[in-house]
Design a protein around this ligand. Structure first.
Ligand code: ZN
Length: 489
């Protein structure tokens, strides 16, 4: 495993962009490699979405059974919470916003946008039966995979899933979402991005944090907390009077809670056009998975209203009646540690008579492009196979003993019918399995809906290692457009 990682890293060309810079420790005898990155990432950091694929969707010729598999053991809210917590762990430390959206059940890899497709999340989470020993597969984000399949996560519906017990869903979700955000494997066994499942890991290792920040930068600061400004105290509240329009409304987008314990303080004075009602709302709905907290206070800090949500993405509001022109109020916004304490949001103030619309999500649509392949990671440009669908990606192996990269493939297993075998114990199956499959001639296309008898191919193809030029060119163009990194919007 360690040997594999070193080999793949040493084969990479030296990369100048800071995005790929990563620390190394030179030991006395052996060189330790830490995290790795894929040389792949989403064009827009401002909003990377994820969705739960409804059962029946065509995933490589199989019907996805995510809900049936996990609802057999847990309430929907319980298992979805494991993914939400995993997403929140990454959003807390990186300059990105993650956002849960709906999913229309389109087939894996259907033609559409590589990012910002309105039908489903950029990262789609599904489940089909896979070879025992594999817990989940993640298809590498763009531009390595150029279509809607980029970043998609497919669980093994036959694995014995658990919450706080093996195979712990949150642990696997953190690992796979890490891949979907551009991280490769780490050589650190305590890291969530270690290549094999080796126990429950529900918080990020320093190595994971260093890795994700090398790609996206740290959590962002908004305009009220940059260039020497801070609205972190009631005494430094940012005045919003200038944002109020003639309709008595103010909408301030692109705000962020990015630091532990951070509050943002604002002040506003009731305009002369007041109707006597003041509605203050904090919106992360459609923007991020921040769990918002809101308070409205008098300048002398008397609390007039307080509301909090533990939902991963929500909008909360406080309504004051009988307000009079010229009165000043303080508004305090923070993240709720009962949910996601970090993330982007917008602030909505309404002194007018019309209902105020929510802030629209940022534009993130990027059309489908040809798969560029390659990548620069410990994934070694592997071809991941999901049913009869292939793309660049990697599988999380249940254990190191079973997950040896160069182990011969097991006999091809015929798929079980959806819903069957969902409780078989992958942990005790001795068959090694590699995620490698035949190179796809083009982007993997979903098989016809009836093709449910496809065997699982497992052909090792270790030498496919395309040039990184195309990827570098694509990323350079994104950078030129100001899309990448903590300042991307
Ligand atoms: Zn992995």
């Amino acid at each position: 495993m360690l040997t594999d990682v070193i080999r793949s890293r040493s084969s990479r060309k030296p990369a100048a962009p800071k995005r790929r810079a990563r620390p190394r420790i030179e030991g006395l005898e052996d060189r330790l490699v830490l995290y790795s990155t894929l040389g792949a990432q989403w064009p827009y950091a401002s909003r990377i979405t994820y969705s739960f694929v409804p059962d029946g969707a065509n995933i490589g010729g199989y019907s996805s059974s995510l809900f049936a598999t996990l609802n057999a053991k847990y309430a929907t809210a319980t298992w979805q919470l494991q993914f939400q917590k995993a997403a929140a762990a990454w959003q807390a430390v990186a300059g990105i916003n993650l956002c849960q959206v709906g999913d229309d059940g389109s087939a894996l890899g259907v033609n559409g946008n590589q990012q910002g497709d309105p039908r489903f999340g950029d990262i789609r989470i599904s489940a089909i039966p896979q070879a025992s020993g594999t817990l989940a597969v993640c298809l590498t984000p763009p531009p390595v995979n150029g279509g809607t399949d980029a970043g998609d996560i497919i669980l093994n519906s036959t694995s014995n899933w658990g919450v706080n017990t093996s195979y712990d869903l949150e642990t696997v979700a953190i690992h796979e979402i890490g891949h979907a955000l551009g991280l490769g494997h780490s050589a650190i066994q305590a890291a969530c991005l270690y290549a094999y499942y080796n126990g429950t890991k529900q918080s990020l290792n320093t190595d994971d944090v260093n890795g994700i920040q090398s790609i996206w930068g740290p959590a962002r600061s908004d305009i009220f907390n940059s260039n020497g400004q801070s609205n972190g105290l009631n005494t430094t509240a940012a005045n919003l009077n200038g944002y109020i329009g003639s309709n008595g409304q103010a909408a301030i987008p692109n705000l962020t809670i990015g630091k532990t314990g951070q509050s943002e303080w604002f002040s506003v004075t009731v305009p002369s056009t007041t109707t006597g009602t003041f509605v203050a709302r904090v919106q992360s709905t459609g923007l991020s998975i921040l769990s918002p907290k809101l308070q409205v206070l008098t300048p002398s800090l008397s609390l007039l209203g307080s509301v909090a949500s533990a939902n991963f993405g929500d909008t909360v509001g406080i309504t004051l009646t009988g307000v009079t022109a010229g009165t000043t109020y303080l508004i305090r916004v923070a993240g709720n540690t009962a949910g996601s304490a970090f993330g982007g949001y917008g602030l909505l103030l309404n002194f007018g008579s019309a209902t105020q619309p929510l802030i629209s999500p940022p534009y993130t649509a990027v059309a489908e492009q040809a798969d560029l392949g390659g990548g620069s990671s410990s994934m070694e440009a592997e071809t991941a196979t999901v049913g009869d669908y292939t793309a660049q990606g990697d599988a999380l192996e249940a254990s190191e003993l079973r997950g040896r990269r160069d182990a011969p493939p097991p006999p091809a297993a015929g798929p079980s019918a959806p819903g069957q075998g969902s409780t078989s114990a992958a942990a005790i199956d001795p068959g090694p399995w590699s995620s490698h499959g035949p190179a796809k001639p083009n982007r993997g296309r979903p098989a016809s809906a009836g093709a449910s008898t496809a065997a699982i191919p497992a052909v090792h193809q270790p030498n496919r290692r395309p040039s990184h030029k195309a990827i570098d060119a694509a990323i350079a163009s994104w950078k030129a457009r100001g899309l990448l990194g903590p300042s991307g919007s």
